[in-house]
Design a binder for this molecule. Sequence first.
Ligand code: FES
Ligand SMILES: [Fe+2]
Length: 394
Amino acid sequence: MGALGCLDELRARARAPLAGARSLPGRLYWDPDLYELEVRHIFRTEWMAVARQDQLREPGDWIAVDLVGEPLVIVRGDDGRLRALSRVCPHRSMDVLALRGGDGGSSSRFQCPYHLWSFRTDGSCIGATDMQQSAIFDREEVRLGSFALEEWNGFVFVNLAVDPPPLAPRLAPAEAAMNHIDVSDWQCVRTLDYGELPVNWKVVIENGVECYHHMGAHRATLEPLFPHAAIDVTLGKDDTWVGGYMLVSPAESAGPQSNGMPTQRLILPEAPGMSPILRASSLIVGVFPMFFFALSPDFMIWFRWFPTGPESHHVDIQLLVPRSTAANTEHEDAFDLIAGFLRVVQDEDVATNLAVQRMARSRFAGGGPLSHLEYPVWRFHQYLARMLDARTAS
Ligand code: FES
Ligand SMILES: [Fe+2]
C-alpha cells in the first residue's frame, strides 16, 4: 500500500461515525510521499504559530524558524511591525543568518555573510558591493522574500501561502472557549526545549488532544488531578479545532465554588477574566494543524510544535503568565514548580510518543477502535481527510 492507498484508508476512517472510528494505518506516520502531500496541502496553506510577541519586543528583535523547508526570520522592523522574512539571500541563496549562531537576537540589519549584500529589517536592500556592471541589478527590486504574518492574543502566526485567508475566524471558537480572556501581553517565564524528536507530527497531535490516556501514560501525575472520565473534549463541533475543559478532581480541588463546581488550587495569582468553568478546570485547545495550548486559572502552557520531516517534529513548551505575575520576583519558585511538573508530564508523553512511533512500521500498526473519549482524534482524522482529499484528487 503506497501513500495513495493509505489515503483511501484515511478517507474511509474519516467517514465512519465516532462509534465506528478506528486508528489510522501505521504507514500514515512515516511515509515520505504522504509527508510531502501534507507539507503541500496543510503546512504550506495553514497558519502556524511560531513565536510570542514578547520574544520580539523591540525593533530589530528576531528569531529564526525553519518551517517545512522555508528558512524564516521573524523580525520586528524599525517601524514596529512584525514581519516573516525569508532568510534566502536573493543573490545566490545563502542563509543570511548562517553565521549568527543561535535562533534569536537583535539586529538593525541583516548582512549576508557570503558576499555581504545587506538588508533592512523590512527586507529591503541597503546595498551590494561591486554590482555596478550588472545591467539587471536594481537595489529597489532586490529584497528578502516575505510571508503572511498575523498576530492573535500575543501569538505570532505565519502562513506560507501566497494569499492566505485571514487567521481570526479560525481562532474565534477558541477565543469563546477562553471566555475572551486577553492573553496578548502574557509573558513567557520558563521554556522547556525538547528540540527535535523522532516522532511524526500526527502522533503528537493525537496524543495532545485526548485525555483518555491520563489513566495510562499519566496515571500518577495528571489522572489524580484531572481524571480522564470526567473530561469533556467535545467543545469543537467541526473538523477545524478541538477543545475541552479538564475538570479538576473534587478531591484535589480547593473546595466548591458557589455554583458547586470545584475550584482549582492556585499556585500563582488568578488571572483576570476567569469564568466558573475556567476556575474549575484547565482548558485545552487544539486548532489544526498544530496550534495547541492549555489555559489554567493562573497560567498558560503553549506547545510550540512544528514538523521537521516524515518522522520528526520540533517541540518547545512555554509557560506563560500575566505580565503582573511575571514582574513579581516572589513567584520564581512557583514558576520552577510548575515547569518541573510540566517536565515530568511531558517526559511521559514523549516516552509514549516515541514508543508509538517505533511501532508504526509493523504490519499490525493501526486499525484499533477508538473510545468515545477519543472524539478529538476522530475529528483530527476528518481534518486530515478533508485537507488531503480534494487536492490530491485534482
Ligand atoms: S549569496 Fe548573499 S550576498 Fe551572495
Ligand atoms: Fe499526555
